[in-house]
Write a protein that binds this ligand. Structure first.
Ligand code: ZN
Length: 302
């Protein structure tokens, strides 16, 4: 899954540290991340690369770099560039679109949509980019105080933005969501979600946990809402961070309880069916707890 980067080690502890040339300096534009394509592989920018990309004036703004995290002795920062800096950098929605821009042997910097970026290798780069994206989105949403509207400044002692007027501190936000493999003997329930119109892929029932409910309560509620089924023997499978949507996914396995007739929530689910093990489509099992559960079921291991 996206966070399984062993033997590399992720350390989110906040430290107040100046940036060095060798440190990674992530940069995002809308829902895209700045990457370099060279010799048929992709990499994230380090601080020293910015002089090559933007020229000498970059030295003046590197103080704006915000510390994110450490992965096995490598430090990651993020920077929001001033207006106009990124105008000349191409924004690509798909990997093929980026690769078509270049002749063999050429290299280039460009923004790649985060949903395409997650398909790249190595996994540690994808995890760093997705986790940085989550932190950057929180940082963007924390520029002004949610209580009084005052301007905030980054705390120098912890990962927080503090209001200059009233002192309110905004901490990173993570939205927990449950994802459930509902089984019925030799079959598993797979759905297509209308909220992801371009994603025709089959997936598991999932939904955000509401304030005031337990994860297990969210499992029962979401399954009943989306497909009209009752479930029993709910057990935790695994959990994982999912920075691409600012979520944390908690994976569960549950058995249908009683009537197995599917009644789908029409404004949310376009398709919902039981699939026998052998009919479950192939998935690229790499990033998400959902695809891992589906594949394990197909292999008879869930
Ligand atoms: Zn305030």
């Amino acid at each position: 899954m996206i966070h399984e980067i062993y033997p590399k080690k992720y350390d989110p502890t906040y430290i107040n540290r100046p940036i060095n040339g060798d440190d990674y300096l992530l940069c995002y534009e809308k829902d895209g991340i700045l990457v370099k394509y060279e010799n048929e592989s992709y990499s994230l920018p380090r601080c020293r690369d910015y002089s090559e990309i933007f020229g000498h004036e970059f030295e003046d703004i590197r103080d704006n770099a915000y510390y994110l995290f450490e992965i096995s002795g490598e430090f990651f920062f993020e920077i929001e560039l001033p207006v106009g800096y990124t105008d000349k950098i191409k924004f690509c929605r798909k990997i093929e679109e980026a690769e078509e821009l270049l002749k063999p042997g050429e290299s280039a910097w460009f923004f790649l949509r985060i949903h395409s970026f997650r398909e790249l290798d190595p996994l540690t780069m994808v995890f760093a980019g997705a986790t940085g994206y989550h932190l950057r989105n929180w940082k963007m949403a924390s520029k002004f105080c949610g209580c009084c509207g005052g301007k905030t400044v980054p705390s120098t002692t912890e990962r927080a933005f503090v209001c200059s007027d009233c002192g309110h501190a905004a901490y990173p936000q993570i939205s927990p969501a449950v994802i459930v493999a509902v089984t019925n003997g030799d079959s598993i329930l797979l759905v297509k979600n209308l909220r992801r119109p371009k994603n025709v892929r089959l997936e598991l029932v999932s939904g955000y946990v509401e304030i005031g409910e337990s994860f297990e309560h969210a499992v029962h509620r979401e399954v009943l809402e989306e497909v009209g089924l009752k479930v029993k023997n709910v057990r935790l499978y695994k959990d994982q961070p999912w920075g691409i949507s600012g979520a944390h996914m908690i994976g569960f396995v549950a058995e249908v309880d009683g009537d197995d007739t599917v009644v789908r929530q029409e404004d949310e689910i376009s398709e919902a069916k039981w699939y026998k093990r052998e009919d479950v489509p192939e998935y690229r099992n790499r990033l998400s707890v959902g695809s891992e559960m589906i594949l394990k079921f197909k292999e008879g291991k869930l």
